[in-house]
Ligand binder design. Structure first.
Ligand code: PMP
Length: 412
C-alpha cells in the first residue's frame, strides 16, 4: 500500500476537504474517527428500508430490524472472539459500559475494606466509576504506577494486586501515552488473587485484533465511534456466568420477563442489560464498520498505523523544544502521540496547527491524575488511524515547525 495515496481515502468524504484554505490532515482519531461511505450507507439503508423497533413486533419491518440488530451483535461477538453473542451488551459507549459494571457487579460485590486496583493512566471513564464506588462502599482504591518510559509497571501491579483485591480495572491502550498494557498478564494476576478484571478497550479495539477469550478478561468495554460506527453505540463484553448473577443496570421495557404489581423478574442476558429502545441504527452501523475493518484485516490496520508511527515519531522527537510523552521508541508507541512545545500552551498549539489544516486535540484528555503525574496540566495530541498518510505526518511536522517560528520558540 502506498503511504501517500492511501487506498481507503476515497471512502471517507469528511477527509476530502480543506480547512482554513489548507488540505485537512485529520489527526484527532483518538477522540473520534471519520466514517466511510459504507457505514453511512448502512445507516441510510436501515432508515430507508428496515426501520422499526426490535423484538416486540411481528410485522415484517420489525422482524427485519430485529434481524439486523442481532446480526450486528453476532458480528461484534466474532470480532472480539467472545464465546457467545449473549455476552455482547449494546451500550451508549465505553463510558456507559464501565459505569454499568461499577453500578451492578461493583455494587453487588464490593464491601468495606475491599480493594479496587486501577492504573494512574486511566481515562476518567475508567477512574471515576471506581473512585465513587470505593467511596460508597468504604473500599480502597489503589493505583498501579508507570515505568519511567510511560508503560504500566507490571512489578508494581504485582505488589498492588493482593488477596484483598476484588476488581482490577485497566485500560488496554492509553489515550495519552501511546502505550499498550499487558492486559493478559494482569488478568492472570487478578485471577490468581480471586479478583475479576475489567478492560477498557476504547483505544485498542479500533486498532488491533482483540480476542477477549485469549485475554481472559471478565469485562471489556469499548465505543463504536472510535472504530467508524455512528456515535452513541458501544459494547460491553462480559462473561456469561458473571452477567447472569448481576442485577440489572436500568429498569423498563425489553429487560423483563414478567411484571406484577409488587415484583418483576428479569429477561436473560443480554436483554437484562438493554432497558428501553436501543440505538438500533447505531448497532447496524457498528456492524458495517466491523465489516469494513474485517475487509482490511486488523493486522493490516495495525501494520499501517505502525508504519506511520515509525515515520513520524522520530521526526517529532528530533524537533528542538518539543517534548513527546510516553515511550520514545516507535516500536513501543501506538498512533496516539501526546506532545508539548516548550513555552506554548497546548491550546495555542492546536489553534495554530488548525490554521495549517492539521486537526489535533489539546487538553487533559480526560486523564487529569495522569497529567499530574507527568507534571503538566495539558498536552497537544496527534492521533493516527489507518487512513492517514505520510502527507498528514509531513503536514503535522511542517505545521509544528511553523508554529515554533511564529511564536519565536528556540531553534527550528
Ligand atoms: N477510555 C479511553 C481510553 C478513551 O480514550 C475514551 C474516549 N476518549 C473513553 C474511555 C471513553 O469513551 P466514550 O467517551 O466514547 O464513552
Amino acid at each position: 500500500m502506498d503511504n501517500n495515496t492511501n487506498n481507503y481515502l476515497a471512502d471517507f468524504p469528511a477527509l476530502d476537504q480543506q480547512v482554513n484554505d489548507e488540505r485537512l490532515a485529520y489527526l484527532d482519531n483518538a477522540a473520534t474517527v471519520q466514517r466511510p461511505r459504507q457505514v453511512i450507507k448502512a445507516l441510510t439503508d436501515f432508515y430507508e428500508q428496515d426501520n422499526a423497533n426490535v423484538h416486540r413486533g411481528v410485522h415484517t419491518l420489525a422482524e427485519r430490524a430485529t434481524k439486523d440488530y442481532e446480526e450486528a451483535r453476532k458480528k461484534v461477538q466474532q470480532f472480539i472472539n467472545a464465546q457467545s453473542s449473549d455476552e455482547i451488551i449494546f451500550t451508549k459507549g465505553c463510558t456507559d459500559g464501565l459505569n454499568l459494571v461499577a453500578s451492578t457487579y461493583g455494587e453487588q460485590n464490593i464491601q468495606s475494606g475491599d480493594e479496587i486496583v486501577i492504573s494512574i493512566m486511566e481515562h476518567h471513564s475508567n477512574l471515576i466509576p471506581w473512585q465513587q464506588l470505593a467511596k460508597r462502599k468504604n473500599a480502597i482504591l489503589k493505583y498501579i504506577e508507570l515505568t519511567p518510559d510511560g508503560e504500566l509497571d507490571l512489578t508494581d501491579a504485582k505488589n498492588k494486586i493482593t488477596d484483598k483485591t476484588k476488581i482490577v480495572a485497566v485500560t488496554h491502550a492509553s489515550n495519552v501515552l501511546g502505550t499498550v498494557t499487558p492486559l493478559k498478564e494482569l488478568a492472570a494476576i487478578a485471577h490468581q488473587h480471586g479478583a475479576i478484571i475489567v478492560g477498557d478497550g476504547a483505544q485498542a479495539v479500533p486498532h488491533m485484533a482483540i480476542d477477549v477469550t485469549d485475554l481472559d478478561v471478565d469485562f471489556y468495554a469499548f465505543s463504536g465511534h472510535k472504530m467508524m460506527s455512528p456515535m452513541g453505540i458501544g459494547v460491553l463484553y462480559g462473561k456469561a456466568s458473571l452477567l447472569r448473577e448481576m442485577p440489572p443496570y436500568q429498569f423498563g421495557g425489553e429487560m423483563i420477563n414478567d411484571v406484577h404489581r409488587d415484583q418483576s423478574t428479569w429477561a436473560d442476558i443480554p436483554f437484562k442489560f438493554e432497558a428501553g429502545t436501543q440505538n438500533i441504527a447505531g448497532a447496524v452501523g457498528l456492524g458495517a464498520a466491523i465489516d469494513y475493518l474485517n475487509n482490511i484485516g486488523m493486522d493490516n490496520v495495525q501494520k499501517k498505523e505502525q508504519e506511520l508511527v515509525d515515520y513520524v515519531l522520530p521526526q517529532l522527537i528530533a524537533i528542538p523544544d518539543v517534548q513527546v510523552y510516553g515511550p520514545q521508541s516507535p516500536a513501543k508507541h501506538t498512533g496516539v502521540i501526546a506532545f508539548n512545545i516548550n513555552g506554548l500552551h497546548p491550546h495555542d498549539v492546536a489553534t495554530a496547527l488548525d490554521m495549517d489544516g492539521v486537526a489535533v486535540r489539546a487538553g487533559h484528555h480526560c486523564a487529569q491524575p495522569l497529567m499530574e503525574d507527568l507534571g503538566v496540566t495539558a498536552t497537544a495530541r496527534a492521533s493516527f488511524y489507518f487512513y492517514n498518510t505520510k502527507n498528514d505526518a509531513d503536514q503535522l511536522i511542517k505545521a509544528i515547525k511553523e508554529t515554533k517560528e511564529f511564536f519565536n520558540i528556540g531553534t527550528i
